[in-house]
Design a protein around this ligand. Sequence first.
Ligand code: ZN
Ligand code: ZN
Length: 358
Amino acid sequence: MSNYPKTMKALVAYSKTDYRYEPAYPSPECGDDDLIIKVEGCGICAGDLKCQHGAAMFWGDEVQPSWVQPPFIPGHEFLGVVVEMGKHVKGYEIGDRLTADQIVPCGECKFCKSGRYWMCQPHDIFGFQSRCNGGMAEYVRYPKNAVLHKVPKDLSLEKALLIEPYACSKHAVDRADIQCDDIVVISGAGTLGLGMVTYAALKNPKALISLDMVEQRLEKAKAFGATHAFNPSKIDVVAELMKMTDGYGCDIYIEATGHPSSVIQGLSGIRKLGTFVEFSVFSGPTNVDWSIIGDRKELDIRGSHLSPYCFPFVIENIASGKLKTDGMVKTTFKLEEWEKAFEYGTGKYGDFKIAFIP
Ligand SMILES: [Zn+2]
Ligand SMILES: [Zn+2]
């Protein structure tokens, strides 16, 4: 006898052109090492949208193999309550409220073995492979290697849905290694960029500058701790940075838009020996004069991927209110409304984070 039904509502990706709402999809089975949670909510990530739009980085093309393995249930920004536990599982109870890192580490590759689990070579992430189904469903299986975290029961769902995105924001900002006399630019004020702003503000840099083309987002960035907010469609950002820094340029530039123009702007606006952090996923190549990195500025160019070791801090500080969350999750949908939800997920109606409540 199990504690949950044999079938469930789910959004299922069968191919890059075939996503379907299934009212009675088989529920996950609970193996001896597994936990089953009843999903409370699942955010829609830009990655989920790009995957549904058929991007080659997910489905493959002539040069890269397919990484996704359909049929799968999308969604890696979810949390829920434990309804079933395998007999080998220790440390949890039925009714615990849990979330997990989006990656499920293999535990055996050289990255996992050296503690760098977020770069795990096989790279299973919830919501892209049938063996690792995601949160756009009523139930999810947490396998043995899932990196689980308890979520306080009194934390509102709107706040809890920001745990995964803000954890990714934290890692990107940590990569920048901000010092208190730094002039920091965060380019892009979507959910992730705003998560970076509210976390970077805790480091008290000399100036924290948010960039975005949408005024409403810039207002939110100011409310979240940005000291300045510039709209690149209205002012010359590089000229403004030079004015603020006696012509040197900003110390740190974090790129969170995924647009080539933001990369070029950053490389131009950053000072010599500055640190450039790239967080975004791009839909095509960026063309720049690469010599700026070496011969002209000797820059530190750092990548940022996922959110290693970031969940505990983020859960604690979302709960305490030190990380600001006001107005980030306002619109939710049922799974049957997935097409509308994905459309809203693009942000074209002014939303930050859209989520499913199954
Ligand atoms: Zn995400
Ligand atoms: Zn691994």
